[in-house]
Each structure stands twice: as C-alpha cells, then as structure tokens.
Design a protein around this ligand. Structure first.
Ligand code: DQA
Length: 142
C-alpha cells in the first residue's frame, strides 16, 4: 500500500505564498522530492492537495484501508478541525504531522494542533526537508 501524503488549504500556492515563511519551492517540487525519496526507500506514495476540509476527511478515511501510513500537512485546518482530528483517531496506521514552518514559534492561534493530538509524530520547521524526513519515518514505522 502507498504512503498517503495529504496537503491542505493554500498549499497549492506554495512558492508564491509568503515565501519568507514557506520557501520558494512549489508543491510540485515538494512532490518530486518525495517521489525521489520514496524510490530510495522502496515505498510508493500518493501525493494530493485540497482546499476543502470535507475532501481532506474523505481522503483520511480512504487511508484507513488503502494506505500503509499517512503524512499530513493539514495547513490551516490543523488548528481548527475537530472533524479532521476525529477522522485521524479512527486510523490504526502511523500518522505523521508535517509543517514547513514551525507553528509553535508563530502566532498563538497556531499553537494548538488538533492534528498533532491524533498523530504518531510531528515534524515542523524544516521546510520541504520535513516531508522527506516524514517519509523516512513512515518507511521505518510500517
Ligand atoms: C503550515 C502551518 C499552518 O499554521 C498554516 O496555516 C499553513 C501551513 C506549514 O506547513 O507551515 O497553511 O501547515
């Protein structure tokens, strides 16, 4: 089964969106990094992005039976979505929370993570490199 790598709202704008915070790499480039890392690890990935909370929840539910692990950057929904938290709680596969920036060092409204409370581990503040590390971690956990 592939490792699902799911990305939430506004991450489609990566590279053009507050580059001083999120870097200049596009999401497509992050996906390419993940593809290359997956090959070296001998795993397959399913990399997706949506701006819609319900779609993200549908994909988390899909991961239940169809993924070996879940890497999730829920972006803004990290700090707001109890529904996403509940969906993650239903999973028995490893869940790795990823953020490009470190929300703990930013505005106080980013200090709570409903994703983190349901995740196996969290990687934050390492930019796109965090996705590669998350993949390494996922590969070692499954
Ligand atoms: C983010 C951090 C979130 O607080 C923010 O809402 C995002 C991106 C990150 O990757 O650093 O959209 O998840």
């Amino acid at each position: 089964k592939p490792v699902f790598i799911l990305n939430g709202p506004n991450l489609n704008l990566l590279g053009r969106r507050e580059p001083h915070i999120y870097g200049t790499q596009t999401l497509k480039q992050v996906e390419s990094l993940c593809e290359a890392k997956a090959i070296t690890l001998g795993v397959t990935i399913d990399f997706r992005q949506t701006n819609h909370e319900g779609v993200l929840i549908d994909w988390v539910q899909e991961a239940m039976d169809s993924a070996s692990a879940l890497i999730l950057n829920a972006a803004g929904y990290t700090h707001t979505s109890i529904a996403l938290h509940d969906a993650l709680k239903a999973l028995s596969i490893p869940v790795i929370e990823v953020h490009l920036s470190d929300p703990a060092q930013r505005e106080s409204f980013r200090h709570v993570s409903y994703v983190g409370m349901a995740a196996t581990q969290t990687i934050a503040g390492l930019g796109a490199r965090g996705y590669e590390l998350a993949l390494e971690s996922a590969a070692s956990l499954v």
